[in-house]
Design a protein. Structure first.
Length: 91
């Protein structure tokens, strides 16, 4: 057990003291963590782009569906008006 402490004490003195050693370990851990996160960042970006494209496509489909229904309703209304006029003129 004393050998571990002696080794740690030597490492700390080389780093510039215990606080410097802890700061060095902390910053190295952060750097390592940032590098480890790079694939997840790209995955999140790709997922966001795909979700955005999917929402855009669904929105376009809904708009097209509404326009088609609106035009069909207008055509049906015109046809109904013509039938009513035809029926009214027969009397």
């Amino acid at each position: 057990m004393t050998w571990d402490y002696a080794q740690l004490s030597h490492t700390a003195s080389q780093a510039g003291g215990p606080k410097a050693l802890v700061n060095q370990i902390y910053s190295n851990g952060r750097k390592s963590g940032h590098i480890d996160m790079i694939p997840y960042i790209f995955l999140a970006m790709a997922s966001g782009a795909l979700i955005n494209k999917g929402i855009e496509t669904i929105s376009d489909c809904v708009k097209t569906y509404r326009e088609v229904n609106k035009s069909q309703a207008e055509e049906a209304m015109c046809a109904l008006e013509q039938e009513i006029e035809t029926y009214s003129s027969v009397d």
